[in-house]
Ligand binder design. Structure first.
Ligand SMILES: Nc1ncnc2c1ncn2[C@@H]1O[C@H](COP(=O)(O)OP(=O)(O)O)[C@@H](O)[C@H]1O
Ligand SMILES: [Mg+2]
Length: 274
């Protein structure tokens, strides 16, 4: 089986792309799936969230994109979590400009990942907060579709029509099969009426593409990256930890794969989504 490749996309920053990429990766890896996280953002937040000091990274996504080295030689493996990372290397910041003149510039990442597709069950691509060339590479590589994190806040849908336009452009010009795998509602605060209105609005707009799992606003989720740990290790019992476990489960089930049984005391999907 070839890896399911998903890109985490939203040109808005701070909506939870990196948090979702890191924590979905960590849970699926913990459950025995073979997972690769690709850090496609020059800010290298996914890299540092996993405890990899970005100033120590010499080679990574940039070298993969320009074909300087085979991806297989660029991966970092965390043996404790069974998780592979293609880290963001310093030169990634210049890639947006450098790649402009290249032939087939939007398909670099897809071609770079080709040789390792059989080695993984899941590949998550953490895209930067823009719709530039790096993100286009992420979209073209995302043969399983895109996962769009949306913050449950005022103006949540603003900017999404531009994202939809970009998806359609990529569909017609580069990758006809590009699809939305799902929309994840993040930083949800169930105590506010606004958050519930926004959830309704997002569900009206995206219909059944929206994951049932809501990711709550959670201090633990915000703290975990500063310890270089995914929530599955840092605080699995916190609300945020359980929410990402639930999201990972929902993703697996949608993909026709099996998830570990829910332990007693864990909230069920149905309970969370009244
Ligand atoms: N559910 C959440 N609750 C609280 N803080 C969160 C949550 N999700 C993300 N954060 C924090 O919000 C900030 C932005 O999240 P991040 O995942 O980096 O967004 P993006 O990658 O879209 O820019 C980070 O500091 C992150 O730790
Ligand atoms: Mg990010």
């Amino acid at each position: 089986m070839s890896a399911r490749v998903y890109a985490l996309v939203n040109q808005k920053g701070g909506v939870g792309k990196t948090t979702t990429a890191v924590n979905l990766s960590a849970y699926l890896a913990q459950w025995g799936y073979r997972v690769l996280l690709v850090d496609l953002d020059p800010q290298a937040n996914a890299t540092s969230s996993l405890g990899v000091e970005k100033f120590h990274v010499q080679q990574g996504t940039y070298e993969a994109l320009i074909g300087a080295a085979p991806v297989g030689t660029l991966l970092l493996r965390n043996p404790k979590w069974n998780l592979h990372l293609l880290p963001a290397s310093p030169h990634l910041a210049g890639a947006e400009v450098e790649l402009v003149g290249e032939l087939a510039r939007e398909t670099k990442l897809r071609r770079a990942l080709q040789p390792v597709l059989e080695r993984f069950d899941y590949i998550f691509i953490d895209c930067p907060p823009s719709l530039g060339l790096l993100t286009l590479n992420g979209l073209v590589a995302a043969t399983g579709g895109v996962i769009i994190p949306v913050q449950a806040e005022y103006l949540a849908l603003e900017g999404l029509s531009l994202l939809m336009q970009t998806l359609r452009r990529v569909q017609s010009a580069l990758e006809p099969n590009l699809d939305i795998r799902g929309v994840v509602i993040t930083m949800y605060d169930g105590r506010t009426r606004l958050a519930n209105d926004v959830v309704r609005e997002i569900r009206d707009f995206f219909g059944d593409k929206v994951f049932r799992t809501l990711i709550p606003r959670s201090v633990r989720l915000a703290e975990a990256p500063s310890h270089g740990l995914p929530i599955s290790v840092y605080a699995p019992r916190s609300l945020g930890g359980r929410a990402y476990a639930m999201l990972a489960r929902e993703l697996l089930e949608g993909d026709g794969l099996s998830a570990p049984p829910v332990r007693p005391g864990q909230p069920s999907l149905a309970a969370q989504n009244r």
